[in-house]
Write a protein that binds this ligand. Structure first.
Ligand code: F6P
Length: 324
């Protein structure tokens, strides 16, 4: 391969810059040219790209966001959009692409590769950790630390005012962020999409906490939970049924996507991205790199898309024991 392209797509996540840096520097190390495409698939369609060398990625390993920017391109969902992107890659003499993003990115990449025979390798970058074929995605660890830090602060107010706080966290349809941050921050209850606690059990649990002498409580609510009420309705419902609780809601939102990547995410991004370039140079294609049991592995994009990364339900049991 003479020239490899790299882009970031979907929701940004802390550590994407460390991944870009590792792709660019690994290309330089192996004397392969590298082109960076802006705004994910959209930049491929618009032909918006720059030549990158080892010095283009200086001082970014510690930065959140992505210097290549990101987007969720609607145009790439069309055959015409993808054909335009393939044409641009040909003109730019880009032989293969490294796609840093989540499942939407990999789905787009798979179709693109099938239609145009351009090899792609996926690098999992999303705070949600909802990708099969890797135990960790780039950005997840940093997001967890951000959430735990935020809940620690909320706990100060919860305990000063004897309040019950519902803290909504991101994660789309997956409860990884909620479950792990909930345990890390010592939440009384954790509501995740994978396990519907039900309103009655939530009320029982909160009542039990009160009887056990707790004067304040934190409930972590995953944005995709299936309890049937949004977080504000949930707080109202609890206030109506358990009037002794002074309930408040805090939606953490996009602060979870930003900030300096943790060391874990920088190392993960570096290891995954070196491997991604090496796989391409080895003639491999249509794979996703992942970390399983601290080893860097790869699986087909197809497997990554069809499989489901499941939460460890034992963590729910741990949470229940520890919130006694
Ligand atoms: O996939 C990352 C994520 O932050 C999800 O947790 C969340 O549901 C979604 O993206 C929010 O997307 P947007 O930034 O487009 O509102």
């Amino acid at each position: 391969l003479k020239r490899i392209g790299v882009m970031t797509s979907g929701g940004d996540s802390p550590g994407m810059n460390a991944a870009i840096r590792a792709v660019v520097r690994t290309c330089a190390y192996y004397h392969t040219e590298c082109a960076g495409f802006y705004r994910g698939f959209q930049g491929m369609i618009d032909g918006d790209c720059i030549n990158m060398n080892a010095r283009s990625v200086r001082n970014i390993v510690n930065q959140g966001g992505t210097i290549l920017q990101s987007a969720r391109s609607k145009q790439f969902l069309t055959k015409e959009g993808r054909a335009q992107a393939a044409q641009n890659l040909k003109e730019q003499e880009v032989d293969a692409m490294i796609l840093i993003g989540g499942d939407g990115t990999f789905r787009g990449g798979q179709v693109f590769s099938q239609e145009h025979g351009i090899p792609v390798i996926g690098v999992p970058g999303t705070i949600d950790n909802d990708i099969y074929g890797t135990h960790y995605t780039i950005g997840y660890d940093t997001a967890l630390n951000t959430v735990v830090e935020a809940i620690d602060k909320i706990r100060d107010t919860a305990s000063s005012h004897n309040r019950l706080f519902f803290v909504e966290v991101m994660g789309r349809d997956a409860g990884f962020i909620a479950l792990n941050s909930g345990i890390g921050a010592g939440a009384e209850e954790i509501l995740i999409p994978e396990e519907d606690l039900g309103l009655d059990r939530l009320l029982d649990s909160l009542e039990r906490s009160r009887r056990a002498g707790k004067t304040s409580s934190i409930v972590v609510v995953s944005e995709g939970d299936k309890i049937g009420k949004n977080v504000f309705e949930l707080a109202e419902y609890v206030k109506e049924n358990l009037p002794f609780y002074d309930a408040r809601v805090s939606v953490l939102g996009h602060i979870q996507r930003g900030g300096r990547p943790s060391c874990f995410d920088r190392v993960l991004a570096s290891r995954l991205s070196v491997k991604a370039v090496e796989l391409l140079l080895d003639g491999k294609k249509d794979l996703m790199v992942g970390m399983l049991n601290n080893e860097i592995e790869s699986c087909s994009l197809d497997q990554a898309l069809k499989g489901k990364h499941t939460i460890n339900k034992d963590l729910l049991r741990i949470s229940e024991i520890l919130s006694t």
